[in-house]
Design a protein around this ligand. Structure first.
Ligand code: FES
Length: 155
């Protein structure tokens, strides 16, 4: 099943050119939400690249994920304006509170984190989104409260 979908994606790139690696990985992530081991293997076979090379390229770009998203997907802005207003502290707070870093998903599958560039509302930073709901002027305490609210909604 997964193989067929990957093959369909690869058919969009009829010329075996290594510069297609990033667009192919983007298409796969768009389809699956993350890069699976199987996908990396298939792409490697197609482009005649070792899996280690694909992992090293994909890990260089923070947009690629290797784990499925959590039920609650948290996006934290790391744009310049949000950085100045303390976004880095929030990333550390997420790690302390949920044990996840950029691109990771909590062991229970509930929360995942994606650090993104500017989210387009710099004046209201630091900015974050949880399942596409936006939150502005986030502090560490506010972040904890928001996460708690989502956790409680599950109990
Ligand atoms: S820098 Fe964070 S919203 Fe623009």
């Amino acid at each position: 099943m997964e193989n067929n979908k990957i093959k369909k994606i690869l058919e969009r790139y009829p010329f075996v050119e290594r510069e297609n690696l990033i667009p192919i990985l983007q298409d796969i992530q768009y389809e699956y939400g993350h890069l699976t081991e199987e996908a990396v293997k298939e792409v490697g076979n197609y482009l005649e690249l070792p899996a280690s090379k694909i992992y090293s390229v994909a890990t260089f770009y923070s947009k690629f994920r290797f784990q499925p998203r959590g039920k609650f997907h948290l996006k934290l802005c790391r744009g310049t304006s949000c950085q100045i207003k303390g976004a880095e502290k929030l990333e550390k707070k997420v790690y302390k509170y949920l044990g996840i870093m950029n691109g990771e998903t909590s062991g229970d599958g509930m929360f995942s984190l994606e650090v993104v560039a500017c989210m387009g509302c710099c004046g209201l930073g630091p900015v974050m989104a949880l399942n596409n709901r936006y939150y502005t002027e986030i502090t560490e305490d506010k972040l904890e409260e928001i996460i708690d609210d989502y956790k409680e909604s599950e109990e």
